[in-house]
Design a protein around this ligand. Structure first.
Ligand code: RIB
Length: 369
């Protein structure tokens, strides 16, 4: 894709140095366990999402703050490698660069993260206002909850003033003022965050739609709830002149199960790629498919920003996952549905490549990309 064809995304967000180690077991209080392979690399939800957007095919401008320490060189070098515009990445003389201490379970790839925000919390409304021209010219805007709330508020206000769509990934789960919701086009919580913000435990499509309805009632147009290995639930809402909100569309996008090596930044991979796809004008469902594929690829590599997939890889796996015209026997389809398995990704061994019950059973017992 040439630079001219690429869409412009402005990301307001955090820049961290992630110090990550694999552990065979998460230690309990007072316990010492022996881990493996320390990785020092770039993280921060904002930076991870910016890298995902850039690698998946967008031109990215970053608004962030790094500290005045040697850690700052780590995200800086990454931005340069990824050709991310850093004109609005500034140094804070009084704070250290954000840092995250991460334990990754060697068996499941699940993680536990402690973040020390440092310079991320010194991003002010003024830093965001400095990028107003870029915001006004962007195809889509993306932010999370890891910079100072004043900066997020300004970002939303400028987006509204210039008629731009903002995607808010409400992570980590922190208070959101009610005044923000009408300025958010799309919100992308995971199930835990959806429960935090709406009070509704998301277990299935019915509860996901209810939780999405709570966001919609507050003013959000589109809600995407990421559900890990159970894929993604998305819903769009319409509001009539009297303010009544009704869902106009909802769907679940299933994903293929993989052996996860490191799930750190999987949600960020999703959000960055989602923005690229939406900016390119792809439909909500198709954008979710593209983004889910990017997230799936990211968990097969270690690290956060460095684990983000490139466009070629995403396209190749997307085509394999979502290959149209593939057939499945009725019994096999039922079995796949019962197990939340994305059958289109399977190699069919039946006639003309039809997916059979045996293919589905094999995938359930031996999940892999
Ligand atoms: O979403 C993962 C990210 O959360 C990590 O990279 C870490 O820095 C924290 O911000």
């Amino acid at each position: 894709m040439s630079i001219a064809q690429k869409k412009n995304i402005v990301v307001l967000g955090s820049a961290n140095v992630d110090i990550s180690a694999q552990t065979p077991v998460f230690p309990r209080d007072g316990e010492t366990v022996t881990g493996d392979t320390v990785l020092v690399s770039t993280g921060g939800k904002g930076t991870n999402q910016a890298v995902s957007a850039a690698r998946s095919g967008a031109c990215v401008t970053m608004i962030a703050r790094i500290g005045n320490d040697f850690f700052a060189d780590i995200p800086r070098a990454l931005y340069e490698r990824e050709q991310i515009d850093t004109r609005f990445v500034s140094r804070d003389p009084d704070h250290s660069t954000g840092c995250a201490l991460i334990e990754v379970h060697a068996g499941s790839g699940e993680n536990r993260i402690t973040v020390i925000p440092g310079a991320n919390m010194t991003v002010t409304a003024e830093h965001v206002a400095a990028a107003e021209a870029e915001i006004a010219a962007a195809d889509i805007l993306l932010t999370q909850m890891e910079t100072h709330p004043d900066s997020i508020q300004k970002f939303l206000e400028l987006a509204a003033a210039h008629g731009k769509k903002v995607i808010l990934n409400p992570a980590p789960a922190l208070p959101i003022p009610d005044s923000w919701y009408p300025m958010i086009d799309t919100i992308t919580p995971n199930e835990t965050e959806a429960e935090h913000y709406t009070g509704i435990t998301v277990t299935d499509d019915e509860s996901a739609l209810k939780a999405a309805g709570v966001f919609a009632a507050k003013g959000v147009r589109c809600v995407i709830i990421t559900c890990g290995a159970r894929g993604v639930f998305c819903a769009e809402f319409a509001r009539d002149e009297r303010g009544a909100v009704t869902p106009v569309f909802h769907a679940r996008i299933l994903t293929y199960r993989v052996q996860a090596l490191d799930t750190t930044g999987a949600g960020d991979a999703f959000n960055g790629a989602l923005c690229t796809a939406l900016a390119e004008g792809r439909t909500l469902v198709d954008a979710c498919r593209f983004a889910t594929t990017a997230a799936t690829l990211s968990v097969t590599k270690r690290g956060a920003a460095e684990s983000m997939a490139k466009r070629d890889e995403i396209d190749a796996l997307y085509n394999r996952f979502y290959h149209a015209g593939k057939a499945i026997t009725p019994m096999a389809r039922r079995l796949a549905q019962e197990n939340g398995l994305f059958w289109r990704a399977l190699e069919g061994t039946g006639e003309n490549g039809t997916v059979t019950e045996a293919d589905v059973k094999k995938a359930i017992h031996h999940p892999m990309v």
